[in-house]
Design a protein around this ligand. Structure first.
Ligand SMILES: [Zn+2]
Length: 148
């Protein structure tokens, strides 16, 4: 049996909410998703991935596909530095971009905080719902869904 995990993360990988805001946003997400939602804090920045659903990664500047191995090297190098920065020169066009801003299909991101929803009743929050959760949290959010 497999599970679906929907994660709601701040758009800024280095941002995290205060305890009250985290709990309020998680409670709202639980009601909207019809499932349990947990506010999770990571030790520093973590890669929030979409699991087996990661089909391709594109460059936000030149739109070229980025090879998984090259991408993995870039992430590994930044990880060694404790993700002090996520900026990296992409192999396609050499542009300096944040690894958080690459064109991940399906979406992935970096975050030190997430609201994790196990087996939500529907795949994604609507834009309006995500805005509401972000307002409770105190920062705009994006969504990552993983099939595990
Ligand atoms: Zn490029």
């Amino acid at each position: 049996m497999s599970d679906d995990v929907l994660s709601v993360i701040p758009t800024d990988p280095y941002w995290s909410p205060g305890p009250g805001a985290a709990e309020r946003a998680a409670a709202a997400a639980a009601v909207l998703a019809g499932a349990e939602a947990e506010a999770v804090r990571h030790d520093g920045v973590a890669f929030i991935d979409c699991g087996a659903d990661l089909e391709r990664i594109g460059c936000p500047r030149c739109a070229a596909p980025i090879d998984f191995d090259r991408w993995s090297d870039l992430v590994g190098a930044r990880f060694e530095e404790g993700f002090a920065t996520l900026d990296a020169a992409v192999p396609c066009c050499g542009a300096e971009v944040s690894l958080n801003d690459l064109d991940y299909h399906w979406p992935c991101g970096f975050a030190c905080f997430e609201i994790e929803i196990l087996n939500p009743e529907r795949p994604w929050f609507t834009v309006g719902e995500a805005v509401r959760i972000g307002a409770l949290l105190g920062h705009p959010v994006r969504q990552v869904r993983a099939h595990i």
